[in-house]
Write a protein that binds this ligand. Structure first.
Ligand SMILES: C[S@@+](CC[C@H](N)C(=O)[O-])C[C@H]1O[C@@H](n2cnc3c(N)ncnc32)[C@H](O)[C@@H]1O
Length: 323
């Protein structure tokens, strides 16, 4: 980051999860028949950087498609949302997509929420530097828990922005629970602008999550590196491989780490045996038909106000309203 961004003013609120949560979630996930780790643990500083790199891979259509939808429809989106809102971006990452809307939207203030603390600080400071008139807040928190809004962000004009199809990382029931929380947060008449990835040819999906440069593989494997760095874990990273595939029946891309051999992983002194080819399930990315997502939103109290898609109907950006 340049010095100018370093000096930019961001109101920072830290509710970052405790280290103990990581350990207990790993122990819990490893005790299941299908071993798993929550995808939220992908995002340490290195994981956030790798995700940013994934977004630039030619096979990874979601980012460039969502950006082009936002660019082509920015005026329309701004008309629906209206000026002077408090814009809350959930899982804000690099906070790049929101820049496409700032000029047309003229929000009163911006709040970025992300679990990856240093990355969040860096991204929001860059925003504050580039938009000096804008009041910028950052909350480091797990958005699966009820969000404590800073007092300065309380408003009857709250609009949530949840891009990147991160909604697909939730099991559908959990997605409804999450959207209900968002609906409560923005209140009656409040809006959610959300990126939702659509069902499509499985070849497109399989190549998007298996880029030729191996960046998604590095991203997946980095979760083991993070365990090594932050927990008392003995794990041989080189004995795991990345696997990602579209599960047609369940309508989701699954990511796994595959043990190449029979081995024992030691976590805080506890021995966890893995047989050859056993997998640790690290992520689901559910894909939706437009109708399926409308039904899911309705269960959470949202009505679909407008949908924008690309010509190939790969991805959608949707404006949902409470009530
Ligand atoms: C798929 S990336 C999307 C990033 C960006 N919004 C975009 O559209 O390119 C998911 C983002 O959500 C954040 N994230 C993942 N799980 C989270 C959680 N449980 N609570 C808060 N942030 C989370 C990650 O750190 C990451 O920045």
């Amino acid at each position: 980051m340049t010095d100018s961004a370093n000096n930019a003013s961001v109101c920072f609120h830290d509710y970052a999860p405790e280290q103990g949560d990581f350990l207990s979630d790993v122990m819990q996930g490893f005790s299941n028949q299908q071993k798993s780790i929550s995808p939220k643990y992908f995002y340490d500083q290195r994981g956030s950087e790798l995700f940013d790199e994934i977004c630039r891979q030619p096979e990874y259509y979601p980012t460039r498609t969502e950006i082009s939808i936002l660019q082509s429809n920015a005026e329309d989106i701004a008309r629906l949302i209206g000026p002077d809102c408090v814009l809350i971006e959930l899982g804000s990452g690099v906070s790049e997509k929101i820049r496409l809307l700032f000029d047309v939207l003229s929000p009163a203030s911006y709040l970025g929420v992300d679990i990856s603390k240093d990355f969040l600080l860096l991204s929001t400071k860059r925003l504050a530097r580039d938009y000096p008139e804008l009041e910028v807040h950052a909350v480091c928190a797990d958005f699966c828990h009820q969000l404590e809004l800073p007092a300065q962000c309380q408003s009857d004009r709250l609009v949530a922005f949840f891009p990147g199809s991160s909604i697909g990382n939730f099991e559908p029931d959990d997605a409804v629970r999450f959207l209900k929380e968002v609906a409560t947060m923005v209140g009656r008449g409040g809006k959610l602008l959300i990126g939702v990835d659509l069902k499509k040819d499985s070849d497109i999906l399989n190549s998007a999550y298996n880029d030729a440069a191996g960046v998604t593989a590095d991203f997946n494997l980095n979760i083991l590196q993070r365990m090594q760095q932050e927990l008392d874990v003995n794990i041989d990273m080189s004995s795991f491989n990345h696997r990602a595939f579209y599960n047609e029946e369940l309508g989701r891309v699954e990511m796994h780490l595959v043990s190449q051999c029979e081995q024992v992983v030691v976590v805080e002194g506890e021995e966890i045996p893995l047989i050859a080819n056993e997998t640790i399930h690290t992520e689901n990315s559910y894909k939706y038909h437009l109708g399926e997502f409308a039904d899911l939103s309705a269960l959470a109290g949202f009505r679909v106000e407008q949908i924008w898609t690309d010509a190939q109907k790969l991805f959608s950006v949707q404006c949902l309203v409470v009530g």
